[in-house]
Design a protein around this ligand. Structure first.
Ligand code: GLY
Length: 570
């Protein structure tokens, strides 16, 4: 019996005997794991009413826009991966787009430099992340509507209504949002955010008090009653366009009217006898994940102990290569038709790439030579499984926590600052991580490259693992390591989420590691191999579901780093 199988049996026994554990929830009929318990409950209610995983996802996403404004949104965009009960996978791309008036050098000053400024958190950012010009045309409402039109079974209005109720009647202010409210009221350079957490009397909503969002409720009512058009046409669109024009933003009524979400083929890979379905470009997540899993398949993982020096070294080398390829090749597929996705995700490419990993020494990331390696912040995720055998993995984002921090008081929601995900300085790539490669340079109506990696792993066509995470570029590596730990190291999903993770993104050439979870002697050994190590408190906030289809058991787990994250099942 393999080590993997023993782990699987042990973990099944643990659940069947009802042993208490901290992070997982076990259910048979449905599971929603999101970064907010109220939103997970809203999703479960949709399932209980006879809805499927798509219905639950629509309801959860709108609820998160009310209860988790840090990243839950209608002013941003994202990706949804769907595996249906017949084993067919598809994806929905509702990534934001550059406005028609956007240009390649729109963030550069007269000298061609990328200026810096102070962001919402008082720290220094380049200006492609600051102010109304950083806002991409939002995609969330279009994406949820399209997915619902294609696969939903409950009426749209019933799925938007719980979010309206939460915004109108309010919900208890959680501690993390109360802290954010106090911080922004005192420090935010943006008036909208200073007032965002205040009640009708203009007072800051205290921890535990009811927080109501009447303007957001009105916007959601438009979306409930008019679907896609409730956001992209009519009074909401007119108000967005007015606000943009009066405050120096670029998004026009025409941008909103032209926006569409797209159904795309999933990025498919395999690892041993598992199938991996993830997001194709304009996210880089799926390509990088499959490339890294293919590279790991080349290694003798039975001989490489989890969390040992060779394990961390190998991960870092694999990540370095995948992120170099990401920088060189990936961008919006509607603008980069010749992206070599098949090559990057092929087993032959991985075999060749694996051969130039030196297990005794770190390679060096060189910003001038992608080819050397091969021949070369705030987001939120939720996972859903229903009793019919459907699964959804959905990641969406405002880019930074609270996005641009800007929005119209009449609409009550925050705009993203996703234009910051484009390469802002064409053809200028530096060792500290500024990438200037052509596939992701700004063009009107182009989608900016993303790292979001909503992923479903299937076994024999049935969902086995549903995962995703926030965390900017660290998303890809958080998902990669969680999938690897479950598939190759036999960890149950909650352990895979909580155990040590690292992040390497080619440039800057450094390993970030979870500082409480990597031992000092391993760190020393890695430094002796020429790796640079940077401590991090934690990486990602993965929301995952693992399914034992044979025994009809769903195990949900929310990353303990998420302040309000919760798995809810029934
Ligand atoms: N804004 C994070 C991402 O798209 O990767």
């Amino acid at each position: 019996m393999t080590k993997h199988r023993i782990f699987q049996i042990l973990f099944l026994c643990l659940y069947l005997t009802g042993a208490e554990a901290t992070a997982q929830v076990v259910a048979r009929n449905g599971m929603v794991v999101s970064s907010n318990k109220i939103a997970s409950e809203v999703g479960i209610e949709a399932l209980k009413k006879g809805g499927n995983a798509i219905d639950a996802s629509v309801a959860t996403a709108f609820a998160l826009a009310v209860t988790h404004p840090t990243a839950g949104n209608i002013g941003g965009g994202g990706f949804l991966v769907f595996l249906d009960s017949a084993g067919t996978a598809t994806t929905f791309d509702f990534r934001e787009k550059a406005p028609l008036k956007a240009t390649a050098d729109m963030f550069l000053d007269a000298g061609g430099e990328l200026p810096k400024g102070t962001n919402l958190f008082g720290s220094e950012s380049t200006n492609n992340h600051i102010g109304l010009k950083s806002v991409g045309v939002p995609g969330t409402v279009a994406g949820l509507y399209l997915a619902h039109q294609k696969h939903g079974v409950l009426p749209w209005a019933e799925l938007v209504q719980p979010a309206i109720d939460l915004a109108e009647k309010g919900f208890e202010m959680p501690w993390n949002l109360a802290q954010a409210g106090a911080y922004f009221a005192a420090n935010s350079p943006v008036p909208f955010l200073q007032d965002y957490f205040k009640n009708e009397a203009g007072e800051l909503t205290a921890f535990g008090a009811l927080w109501k969002q009447p303007e957001l409720a009105k916007t959601l009512i438009e979306i409930r009653d008019h679907g896609h058009d409730g956001f992209y046409k009519g009074i909401v669109a007119q108000e967005i366009a007015r606000y943009m024009k009066e405050n120096g933003g670029l998004i026009s009524l025409e941008d909103l009217q032209r926006y569409t979400a797209v159904e795309r083929k999933p990025l498919k890979g395999t690892f041993r006898d598992y199938e991996i379905y993830s997001m194709a470009p304009p996210s880089s997540g799926g390509v990088a994940l499959v490339e890294m899993m293919n590279l790991m398949e080349q290694a003798d993982l039975e001989a490489i102990e989890f969390n040992s020096t060779p394990y961390v070294h190998l991960l870092a080398e694999v990540m370095r290569r995948a992120f170099a390829d990401r920088a060189e090749h990936l961008g919006d597929p509607d603008f980069n038709v010749e992206t070599p996705i098949e090559k990057l995700t092929s087993k032959e490419f991985a075999e060749k790439r694996f051969k130039n990993i030196d297990m005794g020494r770190a390679s060096v990331s060189d910003s001038t030579k992608f080819g050397q390696l091969y021949d070369g912040s705030s987001t939120t995720h939720f996972s859903v499984a229903d009793r019919f055998g459907n699964a959804v993995s959905l990641t969406y984002t405002l880019e930074f926590p609270y996005g641009s921090g800007m929005g119209s008081e009449k609409l009550g929601f925050i705009f993203n600052n996703e234009m910051g995900d484009f390469n802002p300085k064409p053809n200028f790539t530096t060792g500290d991580g500024l990438i200037g490669t052509p596939p992701n340079i700004i063009e009107p109506e182009k989608r900016m490259l993303s790292s979001m990696t909503p992923t479903i792993v299937a076994k024999d066509g049935k969902p086995y693992l549903i995962v995703g995470s926030p965390g900017g570029k660290t998303i890809i590596n958080t998902v990669f390591q969680t999938v690897l730990k479950v598939l190759a190291y036999g960890m149950p999903v909650d352990k895979a989420i909580e155990s040590m993770k690292i992040h390497h993104q080619w440039l800057p050439d450094e390993i970030r590691y979870e500082r409480l979870l990597l031992s000092p002697d391993t760190r020393q050994a890695l430094e002796a191999m020429n790796h640079t190590l940077i401590p991090n408190n934690s990486l990602g906030e993965l929301m995952g579901i693992q399914i034992d289809a044979e025994n009809k058991i769903m195990v949900g787990a929310a990353d303990s780093s998420s302040p309000q994250g919760a798995a809810v099942g029934y």
